[in-house]
Design a protein around this ligand. Structure first.
Ligand code: MG
Length: 247
């Protein structure tokens, strides 16, 4: 390169640097957002509840729950564990919830009986309507949109992260309630994100409506807060450490 060309190149580079420097001038605090200040909370140990969670079951009692048709919840609490009593019906929280972060630990029976949907079946119904399937899906094939971690008959889990029967498993769920407009339209469907044993299995999927066994799901307008429901499906599935954070 000739000497004059080198000088021109240096001049161009210098001008560029100066203009970039000029662009960086200004007040960086203009883009700082200080309010609201996120609340300071104490995270739980392992999967224990954080300090701002609503505790739904801590192993001691079912005071947060009732039978589906009212009255005392008919399931069994023993040794810090809640277990479905077959043929007694579903249970649901007394409190209603809308958008939530929900943590649930569950365990299907160590003694395996049945197959497909007839093995360790229960379910977590957000707003009493939208089922995240609980099932023994460890070496137990069933329809993919009905296995553990499926949003029943709507969304297949991304992977099968099931542990063996008798082992405790976790669901961490982010659920956003649907919004309804007068006239029955649904401008914003419900969405769910789910981690199964810490693994992402549902990534912000949109629900098509109320979970149904037969036919296509569709929305039916409901209240902005509805109880969380646990399904009794003939099998003695157990639960522990259930907590929720309203969003
Ligand atoms: Mg079920």
């Amino acid at each position: 390169m000739s000497k004059s060309r080198t000088i021109v190149l240096i001049a161009i580079l210098t001008l560029g640097a100066v203009s970039a420097f000029t662009q960086d001038q200004g007040d960086p605090t203009l883009t700082e957002v200080w309010k609201p200040e996120p609340s300071i909370i104490i995270p739980g140990v392992s999967s224990g509840p954080p300090s701002d969670a609503v505790i739904l079951f801590d192993g001691t009692d079912l005071s947060a729950w009732q039978a589906r048709n009212g009255g005392a919840p008919p399931w069994e609490v023993s040794d810090g564990v809640l277990t479905v009593l077959p043929d007694t019906g579903d249970i649901m929280t007394k409190q209603g919830f809308s958008d939530v972060q929900l943590h649930v630990e569950w365990r299907t029976p160590a003694i395996v009986t049945g197959e497909g949907q007839d093995r360790g079946n229960s379910g977590i119904y957000l707003m009493s309507r939208y089922e995240l399937q609980v099932l023994d899906s460890y070496e137990n094939r069933t329809y993919s949109n009905g296995q553990a971690g499926s949003i029943y008959k709507q969304h297949i889990p991304l992977v099968n992260a099931s542990r063996a029967p008798g082992a405790w498993q976790t669901y961490d769920i982010i659920f956003m309630a649907p919004r309804f407009r007068a006239g029955g339209t649904v401008p914003q469907p419900a969405t769910m994100t789910v981690f199964h044993n810490g693994v992402l299995i549902q990534n912000h999927v949109a629900l098509r409506g109320t979970s149904v066994f037969i036919g296509e799901a569709e929305y039916e307008a409901h209240g902005s807060k509805e109880p969380l429901l646990l399904q009794e499906h003939d099998h003695p599935v157990s639960y522990r450490n259930i907590w929720v954070r309203e969003l």
